[in-house]
Design a protein around this ligand. Structure first.
Ligand SMILES: [Zn+2]
Length: 261
């Protein structure tokens, strides 16, 4: 039995000498893995500084996997600017009402409570995704619409949004701006946020202009909204698939680079 036990490759059956070699191997392997991972992060290409521009506090889930990879795994800098306070989400708050134990689907309660709740959730999500700074512009989130002019109609201060965007882009010299691909069928506030980001980029000197990337989870052909916010025209200049599936919804996330004007 002893001879058989010596031949077993288990912790209990290992001889003291073999056990010592095994531990030494494990120790060497962990040190080697640590050194390799450190070398990997040192020599991995640093991602460009990035600003996410979205309408709602949670729209960053469209680019969650890319942001996680850039900010957490590659040590890049990603900030997020959120235009509305998210109060219009009361219509979709059935689960949140149960979670927070508040009648959030009531318009009066939802509009009052959701801005603080969604702001906190965005900040907490940002901690996981590695987002450095959030900029909240607290514009009104009236309702769902596919009309990209609706935000301005209900009081979005477009001049303030444009000026904040331009100031940030000038100060931080972002290489990329992440936005949502402005499909004509998508939420009008998503379209408007991307249009405002595009206009702010266009107003910068060429040397300061970041690349605008539109995130999307729809494989259908891209048909942009042909209306006035995109008066300079918008076209896609490339299609890039992110390397990771979207972490939140486990769907492949497509990214298109956009050219406005
Ligand atoms: Zn949204």
């Amino acid at each position: 039995m002893t001879g058989i036990a010596k031949g077993l490759d288990t912790q209990e059956g290992r001889s003291p000498r073999r056990s010592r070699s095994y531990k030494a191997f494990l120790c060497f392997a962990s040190v080697a893995l640590f050194v390799l991972s450190m070398l990997g992060s040192v020599f991995a290409e640093q991602p460009g500084k990035t600003l996410i521009v979205v309408a709602h506090p949670d729209d960053e889930y469209y680019c969650a996997s890319t942001v996680y990879k850039m900010a957490v795994q590659l040590g890049g800098t990603v900030d997020e600017l959120i235009i509305t306070d998210g109060e219009g989400g009361y219509r979709y708050s059935t689960l949140a009402a149960a979670y927070y134990k508040k009648p959030l689907t009531s318009e009066a309660v939802g509009r009052k409570e959701l801005p603080a709740i969604r702001r906190r959730e965005a900040i907490n999500a940002g901690k996981v995704l590695g987002i450095r700074t959030h900029y909240f512009l607290d514009q009104i989130d009236q309702h769902f619409t596919t009309d990209e002019r609706d935000g301005a109609k209900y009081g979005w201060k477009s001049d303030l949004i444009s000026s904040r965007l331009q100031t940030l882009m000038r100060k931080e010299r972002y290489r990329y701006v992440f936005a949502l691909l402005p499909r004509a069928t998508s939420h009008g506030y998503h379209q408007a946020a991307t249009a405002l980001a595009g206009s702010a980029i266009r107003a910068l000197p060429i040397a300061l202009r970041p690349v605008l990337l539109g995130f999307d989870t729809n494989s259908a052909r891209f048909v942009p909204s042909p209306t006035e916010l995109f008066r300079h025209g918008i076209r896609t200049t490339g299609l890039h698939l992110t390397e990771l599936p979207n972490l939140v919804f486990a769907m492949p996330c497509r990214t298109r680079s956009l050219s406005i004007g």
